[in-house]
Write a protein that binds this ligand. Structure first.
Ligand SMILES: [Zn+2]
Length: 359
């Protein structure tokens, strides 16, 4: 199979389906990185340019609020809605300048956060009416804390609405362990960290007629990076889930589901490769890229310590100005470069580097 040709800009609808099917075929996955503002968005665009591969950018509700400004009141998720829209427009304006395709997505949305997605779907419908494509490529609902029936039913309702504007939906079955963005699953019962293939089949039956979707199935994966503990990663759950649906519904494709690997930070490359072979096409990475941004900033501060105690006066002289060192652009760009480098490593580990051509 030749390299998949994609246009720079935001990938949606049939083209997104083609992209994920190609990833299945080529046994590669795309990094889905959490972005929180222009520094991380531009870093993600640059990483995609250097890797010659599309990138998935996602806003969490907290990240979207941050993009709008932590100063803003967030009653009814209004700041998180505005922040996500502003971020999407930033991506849409700059992706063609970088010459890269981007999948625009939002991360975990629990039941109490549904007003956030309601606002974004409404914005997506408005955008669609003038531009014939949605603002975002996809959203995620995470109703894994609810019963399976309720999770599937609410997800189906959203997918039916989103499908009308060519949007995809990601759902979560089972629970991703660990803690992220204020959601703490560190104490959850261990059995819930493993999705049952029958749950995946039930979701498939309800969602497949409604539109295109991705499944985040829990296979012992955790958010954040912790000392290796008592939860064992079981990628075979992903394989069994694909087989369950393929056999029960006699699907043409032996991998009928687009699967998502949450909590990818700190993962072993061999486990990543195995998960991809079972149909993972989206690999979430956050903690590792947070660290990759922060580490060079700390190094900058440490290396320039003598210049960062006052505006005037440094090791070169008591009357020397420090303007060049205290400009935040200096240390923010160091963070951006660390972020880009870590994402390029992710593209390599996900087997996605240089697999695409843009034009
Ligand atoms: Zn996650």
């Amino acid at each position: 199979m030749g390299k998949l040709q994609l246009k720079p800009g935001v990938v949606t609808g049939a083209q997104l389906d083609e992209l994920f099917a190609y990833c299945h075929e080529e046994k590669c996955a795309l990094p889905a990185v959490n972005v929180t503002g222009s520094n991380t968005i531009n870093g993600a665009l640059e990483a995609a340019r250097q890797a010659n591969a599309p990138i998935i950018m996602q806003f969490s509700a907290g990240g979207a609020h941050f993009n709008a400004g932590k100063f803003l009141d967030n009653t009814g998720e209004r700041a998180a809605i505005a922040g996500a829209i502003a971020g999407a427009l930033h991506v849409r304006t700059l992706a063609p300048m970088y010459g890269v395709p981007v999948v625009l997505h939002t991360d975990h949305c629990a039941k109490k956060l549904l007003p956030w997605i309601d606002g974004l779907v409404t914005a997506g419908e408005q955008y669609f009416s003038t531009n014939k494509e949605p603002l975002f490529s996809s959203h995620m609902l995470d109703l894994s804390e609810e019963t399976l029936e309720e999770n599937i039913e609410i997800s189906r309702t959203y997918l039916e609405r989103m499908n009308k504007i060519n949007m995809f939906l990601e759902i979560e079955l089972g629970v991703t362990g660990g803690e992220e963005d204020g959601v703490d699953n560190t104490d959850v019962d261990a059995s819930r960290l493993y999705t049952q293939p029958d749950e995946v089949l039930a979701a498939y039956d309800a969602l497949a007629p409604a539109g295109s979707f991705l499944v985040a199935a829990a296979f012992g994966n955790t958010h954040g990076v912790y000392k290796p503990g008592n939860v064992k990663l079981r990628p075979d759950i992903l394989k069994n889930s694909q087989e369950r649906v393929h056999t029960a519904r006699k699907t043409k494709n032996s991998k009928p589901m687009y699967l998502v690997f949450h909590g990818g930070s700190g993962s072993d490359p061999k486990e990543i490769t195995e998960a991809i072979s079972y149909g993972v096409i989206k690999f979430n990475i956050d903690t590792d890229t947070q660290w990759a941004f922060t580490k060079p900033v700390k190094e900058y501060m440490d290396a320039n310590d003598g210049y960062l105690h006052s505006q005037i006066g440094n090791p070169e002289g008591a009357d020397k100005p420090n303007k060049k060192k205290i400009d935040p652009r200096g240390w923010l760009h160091e963070g951006e470069k660390g972020y880009v480098a870590r994402l390029i490593r992710a593209f390599e580990e996900l087997n996605a580097k240089d697999k695409f051509s843009f034009g």
